[in-house]
Design a binder for this molecule. Sequence first.
Ligand code: NAD
Length: 482
Amino acid sequence: MTTQQLWMGGRWEDSAGENVGEVVNPAGLATVATVQLANPADMDRAVGLARESFEQGEWRETSAAARAAVLRDAAGLIEKRLPELARTLTSELGCPLWFSERAHVPNPVRHLRYYADLVEQRDFDEVRTDGTNTSIVVEEPVGVVGAITPWNGPLSSPTIKVAPALAAGCSVVVKPATQTPLTVMALGEALAEAGLPAGVLSILPAGRDAGEALIAHPEVDKLAFTGSTQVGKHIMRTAADRVARVTLELGGKSAAIVLPGADVEAMAAALIPMAFSVNGQLCISQSRVLVPRSMESEVTDALAAAVQALVVGDPMAPETFIGPLVSRAQQETVKGYIDVARTEGATVAVGGSAPDELGEGFWVQPTLLTGVTNAMRVAREEIFGPVMSVITYDDLDDAVRIANDSPYGLSGSVWGGDVAEGVAVARRVRTGMVSVNGAPQSWGTPFGGFKQSGVGREMGPEGLLGYLEKKSIAVPTGSHPA
Ligand code: NAD
């Protein structure tokens, strides 16, 4: 087995250090790969290459159409590798293969194409006049970007940063999580093959020491982070020292509000994937289900049957819905929360333990907790595993109050027959995204959170704006065509 090198400025290169990580398949615990992990000196070198490429300007100053062509070609190259990449992704993350094939690999391809189209059509200059004075409002790339990503979206989380950043003309250093450092490298390879100039993009899997070197680096103009709220706060504090720009996509504790009159069977069928996909390791997981007190037993029965029916097992098998969690640490965290729920007086209606019949692996049964109150830790803290909590409410105001009674504000959903009523409730929920009756979010709309779920937005035109600075150039009125 060869040890994966670092992707340094557009080519494979050995680390200056000796750190090596092991990627373990969470189902079966075989070693999938060994990888070099960057040290602070590697990070400094990658940032130096990014800065040099940005100042030299080959990428930054090329036309938006030419940048778009590179992104599009890279998308095609990744698409060609879909079957292989999906298998690797499932081996590093543990989510079902069908989900890697339908979402984890195709979505990054779509991100690249989306931002190619967007910048090609965009006018980066706008002339504004107040009748007396005139300015050209110019959009320019923000500079060198440090992108730090979590393990639960091994290819999509880096691409949702790299695609708009490159489309804007930035140079980027990506630091993916050490648990899932394999598929992300395809992004570097594809972009290099598509013609991205040397130095513009580096991808350096690394632990905390090199991560710290990246976030504190004076040559990094913008930090784009997806991960826990705790680390996000640390990054924001570090960035504040030099007023570096930040986009933060952080944790969530989203509420699904079931309205009186909802079709309970249809709701249960549609809500389960929104809570349990990627084994519940999903920032937008609908982990709190708010139910009218009068409907508690009906909704609980429907959800219990649906959770019970989820197939747990080999993530490579087509019938599997729940694979193992990514790591032993994550498994222990989730099991710990189920114990906390019991201690706090909740009932484990379904699941609640690690199945032993599946052999070695970081398994946790999909779990439904009932009798949960919004004051319990399982309702307040992000579990990031296959655990759903049912909480009752008295009336609509109470439902909205409970939904909003959270430090987080990422996502949510409203379930009821009448779409207009659903939208009216959605407007009262203080989160960045809300689904009515399970409708998926349209591509090209902003993704991100209120409150401690983040700052800024990814996806859509908003995702591009995070990589642009605005400059006003005042010109003598009449000298520039309006
Ligand atoms: P994490 O915060 O532990 O780690 C995220 C990344 O930050 C990893 O690459 C990690 O190595 C790095 N990191 C950790 N400490 C660092 C430091 N001091 N300096 C620099 N880098 C550092 O999160 P995780 O466990 O990998 O991912 C799960 C979390 O991500 C959950 O909270 C989840 O909600 C969140 N998430 C949010 C979104 C979103 O879009 N809002 C999407 C996916 C995941």
